[in-house]
Design a protein around this ligand. Structure first.
Ligand SMILES: NC(=O)c1ccc[n+]([C@@H]2O[C@H](COP(=O)([O-])OP(=O)(O)OC[C@H]3O[C@@H](n4cnc5c(N)ncnc54)[C@H](O)[C@@H]3O)[C@@H](O)[C@H]2O)c1
Length: 247
């Protein structure tokens, strides 16, 4: 049976060139959405878009002008925006305690993960308001809920994303726009493969199910949150942690 939950809808997936974003983009396209992958990677991005019959738009989520320009071009071409997922993110310094963390690493992680969430969310809401409908999903992390030792920059940025979701969800609660977050534990992607092995072991050992989450599990949950069915949920960061966080 073909599921067409996103028929006629337009979706922007930042960070959609790889990892979680690529899988969410694929499922959205399979379920009828017109998908724009927006990513800083100008090699993987167009290839990922082509694979799903979507389009590619280069952007750096940390840059205000870049985000505004990309969203404007997509909105002009598509005529509407129904779904926006911010998956672009970086880990930054990991496997080290705060005494060793350089300020530049801290600033860079906040710029991409937190400033990027603010900029993409703001641009999406502005473009969803005229039609009084929209689904915004910001990818946070279990690190933002629980705090991972050795990842102070990342954990801080993701806690900020959860706070952003709580606040903005309430701001638009009386409209047709929902703003939610997703807090996965470890999912095997390039991001995780590039981390310190001791850091990955620390995070994986904490998962009660004793396994990593899968990209299919991420896409399934994200696409429910992004569907019209998820109409009584806003300001919430959904858990996807194999039992690590039970709140
Ligand atoms: N993989 C995990 O275990 C895990 C767990 C929890 C949360 N997350 C979060 O999920 C999101 C996706 O992670 P992933 O594991 O798929 O990583 P990934 O490295 O596989 O993919 C990240 C994508 O974001 C893009 N990107 C990075 N910085 C960008 C920028 N400034 N502007 C535009 N694009 C940019 C990259 O080019 C890449 O395509 C991130 O926010 C990450 O923090 C991942």
């Amino acid at each position: 049976m073909t599921n067409e939950r996103f028929k006629n809808q337009t979706a922007i997936i930042t960070g959609g060139a790889d990892g979680l974003g690529q899988h969410i983009a694929t499922r959205l396209a399979n379920e009828g959405a017109r998908v724009w992958i927006a990513d800083r990677d100008q090699e993987k991005g167009p290839a990922a878009a082509e694979q799903i019959g979507g389009k590619f738009e280069p952007l750096d989520v940390a840059d205000e002008a870049s985000v505004a320009g990309a969203f404007k071009r997509i909105h002009t071409a598509a005529g509407r925006l129904d779904v926006m997922v911010n998956c672009a993110g970086i880990v930054g310094p990991n496997g080290m305690k705060i005494e060793e963390v350089p300020v530049s690493g801290f600033d860079q992680v906040q710029a991409v993960n937190l400033r990027g969430s603010f900029l993409t969310c703001r641009e999406a809401v502005r473009r969803m308001l005229p039609r009084d409908y929209g689904r915004v999903l910001l990818i946070a992390s279990i690190a933002g809920k629980e705090g991972n030792a050795g990842m102070s920059c990342y954990s801080t940025s993701k806690a900020g994303v959860i706070g952003l979701v709580k606040s903005v969800g309430k701001e638009y609660a009386e409209t047709g726009i929902t703003v939610n977050g997703l807090a996965p534990a470890v999912i095997r992607t390039a991001m995780v493969d590039n981390m310190e092995p001791t850091q990955v072991k620390y995070m994986t050992d904490k998962i009660p199910m004793k396994r990593c989450g899968t990209l299919a599990e991420v896409a399934a949950m994200a696409c429910w949150i992004l569907s019209p069915e998820a109409s009584f949920n806003t300001g919430f960061t959904f858990d996807l942690s194999g039992g690590r966080a039970v709140y």
